[in-house]
Design a protein around this ligand. Sequence first.
Ligand code: FES
Ligand code: FES
Length: 164
Amino acid sequence: MNLHFICNGQAVQIDVEPNARAIDVLRDVLGLTGTKEGCGRGECGACTVLLDGKPVNSCMVLAGKLEGRTVLTIEGVAGADGSLHPIQEAFLDVGAVQCGFCTPGMVLSTKALLDENDSPTIDEIEDALSGNLCRCTGYGKIVDGVLEASERLAQGTQEHGAKP
Ligand code: FES
Ligand code: FES
């Protein structure tokens, strides 16, 4: 089947098998290997991408569901010049990244949260990240990373707003 969608701001047109999964298209066809496959059955969140701004497990989405929609993967989160997004910087600075396998999914779930709620409570953060498993950090540092990111984004907005 022929598929058209927007991925990280670029129009994509590809042919895929009808039973292909979104994660396979992203990783194997488009080469976007920042999207990780852990469990392959909707339990770990390593494969999280944003579909029309909402986090989904791309291992559980048929590629056909991407038709006409907008996908954001971790490769589209950093700036075009390679500069890290404030969420990525905050995660690094507070030590929320260890092996890094869960990190793309964590960052994307965090982005979806902060795009809707710029100063979440710890409960709201834990709820938003409840579908993302981390085998390394114990989660405390990740929650710290989200709080730090929300502060930095708020600061950036204020600074931006203060410019003439
Ligand atoms: S790989 Fe998709 S949820 Fe685990
Ligand atoms: S940092 Fe290793 S799985 Fe989360």
